[in-house]
Ligand binder design. Structure first.
Ligand SMILES: [Zn+2]
Length: 428
């Protein structure tokens, strides 16, 4: 006896009944099985469960900001069924043992599949490669490696990492930011406004030179690089060129993600010195935001990833220059994408499923996620109301942190239910 999801519009297309039993989609269309639970999904859209390539869960080390459990609750509320947990915890996820610990904490929640991202270098120090092969062969099956929060700045180290992961089909997710061009004090986009505000900025080119370097290294090594949180039009030009080369060559690849905040928020929000808008890479001018939306629509950018970065109040509520970088994103990502991409006619719901579920699952090599809505597939699903709009309240959140840049903003498209292998993890 399973669950009947009644009358949902699959990928925003034809309404159908979906019958789920033992974690698998058993029937679609006119369902003949009798269900234990019926979910009335009239007027709702059904998508495959979302996959986030870029989440900071803060456990171990900063359980005051987020834990694997609270981050997983926030993820389920946002429609996610899998989260890739970044390695910049304390201790860093740079060994098989550390990766298995995060993986097991995720399994224990039963809310989302938590997949650890392994560090590229020991202690994120940028010098010596971490246990990449051992992490991959561990129970946690690590496929994605990143020193996120820091750039792998040394080209020789990046080259060796790309060569290493090639052997098992892994990918290096790079936080593209030349440390020499983005000084240690930099805290916002370098432009006329940073000058007016007297804030040290870093230029878009600090990102673009690393993207350019890394695609050449990926081509040279025949490996895969993933550009985390792309934020400038210049990076998009490089990625567009590189994708064309990779498609022609066939033996290497480049993929890219964009965050919800870089799709909507612009650098002029910094005029009030509110540290909630302090993020790395920084919010950019409107021209970059427009270019990111178009690149996501045309496939130059493969995926939306949240860069959900919870911070305790005492780390975030400071003078702008001293505050921590980062903002929350898991619970609002789908609504931001609905607001800026679907409402604007840039993506339909099948396109949203591509950029928030199937493409990220493919990039991360995740089995059982990002699959088509079809009989025999795992029932990892999200139901959303495409016509609902709501005002975000930062206090109505599963996250332990409150650094929410969407507070008091009106967004469209609301998650109504999330299912992990048929089990409802969010919604009534
Ligand atoms: Zn980053």
């Amino acid at each position: 006896m399973g669950t009947l999801i009644k009358g949902a519009s699959l990928l925003g297309r034809q309404p159908a009944d979906v019958y789920v039993e033992d974690g698998v989609i058993r029937e679609i269309g006119s369902v003949t099985s009798s269900a234990e639970t019926t979910v009335d999904a009239d007027g709702l859209v059904l998508l495959p469960g979302l996959v986030d390539l870029h989440t900071h869960l803060r456990e171990p080390g900063r359980e005051d900001a987020e834990t694997v459990l609270t981050g997983s609750q926030a993820g389920a509320a946002g429609g996610y069924t899998a989260l890739l947990a970044m390695a910049n915890t304390d201790p860093v996820t740079d060994t098989a043992e550390a990766a298995e610990r995060v993986f097991d904490l995720g399994r224990a929640t039963g809310l989302v599949d938590v997949v650890p991202v392994g560090a590229v270098t020991k202690g994120l120090a940028g010098a010596e490669l971490a246990e990449l092969g051992l992490m991959h062969r561990s129970r946690a099956r690590v496929n994605v490696f990143s020193d996120d929060g820091r750039c792998v700045g040394d080209a020789r180290v990046m080259r060796r990492a790309l060569e290493y992961v090639k052997a098992f089909g892994g990918v290096i997710s790079q936080h593209s930011q030349d440390p020499a061009l983005a000084g240690p004090a930099a805290c916002c986009h370098e432009g006329p406004l940073s000058g007016e505000l007297g804030l040290p900025g870093w230029p878009g080119v600090a990102e673009e030179v690393i993207v350019a370097r890394d695609v050449m290294l990926a081509r040279h090594t025949g490996s895969r690089v993933h550009v985390a949180h792309v934020s400038t039009a210049g990076s998009i030009e490089v990625i567009r060129w590189a994708k064309a080369q990779a498609a022609r060559d066939g033996h290497w690849d480049v993929t890219a993600e964009v965050t919800p905040h870089h799709l909507l928020l612009t650098t002029d929000l910094l005029a009030g010195y509110d540290p909630v808008y302090k993020v790395n890479p920084p919010l950019r001018p409107a021209e970059d935001v427009e270019a990111l939306r178009l690149a996501l629509a045309d496939g130059t950018i493969d995926a939306v990833a949240t860069d959900h970065a919870p911070h305790a109040r005492h780390d975030k509520e400071h003078a702008f220059v001293d505050a921590a970088f980062g903002m929350l994103g898991l619970e609002t990502a789908l609504s931001v994408v609905a607001t800026v991409m679907v409402e604007q006619g840039l993506l339909d719901w099948a396109g949203v499923a591509r950029v928030m579920s199937s493409a990220p699952a493919t990039i991360a090599g995740l089995e059982g996620h990002g699959r088509p809505l079809a009989v025999g597939e795992p029932a990892n699903l999200v139901l959303l109301d495409p016509t609902a709009s709501y005002v975000v309240d930062r206090d109505a959140s599963y996250s332990l942190s409150r650094n929410n840049p969407w507070h008091e903003r009106k967004l469209s498209g609301q998650v109504k239910g999330t299912f992990l292998r048929g089990k409802q993890t969010f919604g009534a």
